[in-house]
Design a protein around this ligand. Structure first.
Ligand SMILES: *Cc1c(COP(=O)(O)O)cnc(C)c1O
Length: 404
């Protein structure tokens, strides 16, 4: 078998089915306006919701981190990779989200891959047992992969309709008589294709009623959603009712890398022993740890940052609708602009790029057929003039392509 031929065929198939992912290299930091080649583009495609990726305070803290604590620790946490700053950051995050304790991972992908198997594959005093995981149909790839590591003989996996608490309730009710050891409800806080949120107030009620653990991956929520940026739980008034909260340091909070799990003291202590992506993987570099602390401090001290994000989002949502575009309603800075056909989404993102707007399109199979869209992501780093420049371009291009 010729492996090169096999993978070349597959690459060709990806191109033909328009699912090949192209990379455009930025010649500048991530920011509200970026440089590609010689051109300056308004960035509407990043997860840099709070504009911290290139914030002077965050950058200075990263440099201080290197000066005081070095470049890397060259060790997993339990060997010799824990510095005082790692514990400080974990305490800071716990305080921010209102949890007893927090454990850092090299990414939130790693957090999710480490979490599920750490619980379900362990006997914990049981000779025979079975656990059940209830997952939202649109959960992130890392949650799905994390669950793939759960041994099927001891884990039943069930999928409920997207954001549908009634369907989840039905599944939990059907399983009421089964003597599962653990029941875990797993959901994204914010879903990145739609910009919508899991109904956490309902899920928290169900978790309590059916004695299940509520797991929420709030990668697009922490620093973004809720009046003070504490995430989807704050939005729904259930702060402190999420048993297992996942967050990323690779989006709103600095955008470099890293993830965390916040929960009870016992759960975090247990994960430090059992989560394989923690035990067998390197500790977060000092510069990221100190910069992340500065990012959280900024977020807590300067309330205007989140406010600006929310104001920019409301403005963009209102104006883009005013131009005649159809968007998915909501309040999140992820704003899906619905176009229908994949070819239209492709043409429109190419035309917008020429007019100075960096935006990405999504089409089948990433989203359902006929629901191709451009996904705008709004940031506090965008000035009103940047937003207006982008909206002008949307107006021109939309008219030229007959969308509005
Ligand atoms: C982006 C994202 C991740 C991955 O985050 P990293 O820290 O970059 O690994 C995980 N879960 C969800 C829901 C995400 O949106």
């Amino acid at each position: 078998m010729d492996i090169t031929q096999l993978i070349t065929d597959e690459l060709k198939r990806l191109e033909e089915s328009k699912t090949y992912k192209y990379e455009t290299a930025l010649a500048s930091p991530q920011d509200g306006v970026v440089r590609v080649g010689a051109r300056k583009l308004v960035m509407l495609a990043s997860n840099n919701y709070l504009g911290m990726s290139n914030h002077p305070v965050v950058k200075r803290a990263a440099m201080e981190g290197i000066k005081k604590y070095g470049y890397g620790v060259a060790s997993a946490r339990f060997l010799c990779g824990t510095q005082t700053i790692h514990r400080q950051l974990e305490k800071k995050i716990s305080k921010f989200v209102g949890a007893e304790d927090t454990i850092l991972f090299s990414s939130s992908f790693a957090a999710n891959v480490g979490f599920f198997a750490a619980l379900t594959n362990e006997k914990l005093g049981f000779e025979t047992y079975k656990d059940a995981i209830y997952s939202d149909r649109l959960n992130h790839a890392s949650i799905i992969d994390g669950q793939r590591l759960c041994r099927p003989e001891v884990t039943d996996k069930k999928i409920y309709h997207h954001a549908d608490a009634n369907h989840l309730e039905q599944l939990l009710e059907e399983d009421k008589g089964k003597d599962y050891r653990l029941r875990i409800i797993a959901t994204d806080g914010v879903f990145s294709m739609e910009g919508d949120m899991a109904p956490l107030h309902r899920l928290a009620e169900l978790a309590k009623h059916y004695n299940a653990l509520l797991f929420v991956d709030d990668a697009h929520g922490i620093g973004v959603v809720g009046k003070t940026g504490r995430g989807t739980a704050e939005h729904f008034g259930v702060l402190g009712k999420v048993d297992v909260l996942i967050g990323t340091l690779g989006k709103a909070i600095g955008g470099a890398a890293g993830g965390f799990i916040s929960g009870s003291r016992e759960l975090v202590e247990y994960l430090r022993q059992k989560a394989r992506t923690y035990v067998f993987s390197n500790s977060l570099p000092p510069s990221i740890v100190t910069a992340t602390m500065a990012a959280f401090d900024l977020l807590m001290k300067d309330k205007s940052i989140v406010r600006r994000l929310h104001e920019n989002t409301a403005y963009f949502r209102k104006e883009i609708k005013g131009l005649g575009f159809t968007i998915l309603e909501g309040t999140h800075p992820i704003v899906p602009i619905m176009l229908g056909e994949a070819s239209l989404a492709q043409d429109m993102s190419a035309a917008l790029l020429k007019e100075g707007v960096y935006i990405k399109g999504l089409w089948f199979p990433v989203v359902p057929r006929g629901e191709a869209r451009l996904r705008a992501q709004i940031s506090a780093a965008l000035r009103k003039s940047d937003l207006d420049r982008a909206l002008d371009a949307f107006g021109h291009v939309g008219k030229r392509l007959g969308v509005i």
